[in-house]
Design a protein around this ligand. Structure first.
Ligand code: CAA
Length: 257
């Protein structure tokens, strides 16, 4: 069976998963879900990986869940198989995930990008949740993550009309971390991931956990959670090294412990 992804290591401590179903605009079938989540979980366990890039092609990050695979399924099928629940594995990855998005990021493609932590968009990127035009609704987190990212008014607009939003609108709305020229996207993805991967891994994992906790808890509980994590960084080698390096005006030599 041909694979749906390519995996490489474009820089020190950086892994990259490239969606590779060009004839289907990287539509996410069950095989792709299995391969992406299994690979990401493996990379997450690798102490030599400090950031993971998720990317697609110049034309499509991913044009959604695979409509042809879904079309014949019954309610009992998708309910019994708990269709899309497998993506939760990706949201449990603790290593920072960098989405580098060019072209279409629609339906499951937009939802996949939103599972990631930093979202870099090419200036040709197009985001949307067109499920409503197929007689269904988002199923990989769109109604929840998009609403948290860009607010109710805009999320409703996109989800109820199925329209696409270009990179500028997505950045203004707060969905996108930043926009880069399309031909610079691969390099920007690697540069950003390298920067993240060069920091202390325990610190970047804790920072990710703290930000994500903001979506799950009250402000006072979130502040306490953050403070306790901050305190715990003082048990690491890298806190001692990072602060000593600053004081001695040299580059830190993090050991990721
Ligand atoms: N599933 C399966 N195949 C897809 C696909 C998808 N989501 N998106 C594109 N493809 C296939 C097309 O069927 C076509 O295959 P064939 O050559 O065999 O016909 C090939 O990819 C190229 O696509 P187009 O010819 O349509 O390319 P285009 O440039 O004319 O249009 C597009 C691009 C606007 C993205 C269009 O392909 C499109 O609208 N795709 C579907 C987008 C969509 O509705 N996504 C939501 C899916 S549902 C979902 O994601 C549920 C969820 O919440 C998880």
């Amino acid at each position: 069976m041909t694979g749906t992804i390519l995996v490489d290591h474009p820089a020190d401590r950086v892994a990259r998963i490239t969606l590779d179903r060009p004839t289907a605009l990287n539509a996410l079938n069950l095989q792709a879900m299995r391969e992406i989540t299994t690979t990401a979980a493996e990379l997450d366990r690798d102490p030599n990986v400090g950031a993971i890039i998720l990317t697609g092609s110049a034309k499509a990050f991913a044009a959604g869940a695979d409509i042809k695979e879904m079309a014949p399924r019954s309610f009992s099928d998708v309910f019994a198989e708990d269709w899309f629940a497998g993506w939760d594995t990706l949201s449990r990855v603790r290593t920072p995930l960098i989405a580098a998005v060019a072209g279409y990021a629609l339906g499951g493609g937009c939802e996949l990008a939103m599972i990631c932590d930093v979202l870099i968009a090419a200036d040709n990127a197009k985001f949307g949740q067109p499920e409503i035009t197929l007689g269904v609704i988002p199923g990989m987190g769109g109604s929840q993550r998009l609403t948290r990212a860009i607010g109710k008014a805009k999320a409703m607009d996109l989800i109820l009309t199925g329209r696409m939003m270009d990179a500028d609108e997505a950045e203004r709305a707060g969905l996108v971390s930043r926009i880069v020229p399309a031909d610079a996207l691969p390099e920007e993805g690697v540069t950003t991931a390298s920067k993240v991967a060069s920091t202390s891994k325990p610190a970047s994992m804790m920072a990710k956990e703290a930000v994500n906790r903001a979506f799950e808890t009250s402000l006072s509980e979130g502040l306490l959670f953050e403070r306790r994590l901050f305190h715990s960084t003082f048990a690491t080698h890298d806190q001692k090294e990072g602060m000593a390096a600053f004081t001695n005006k040299r580059k830190p030599d993090f050991r990721h412990t």
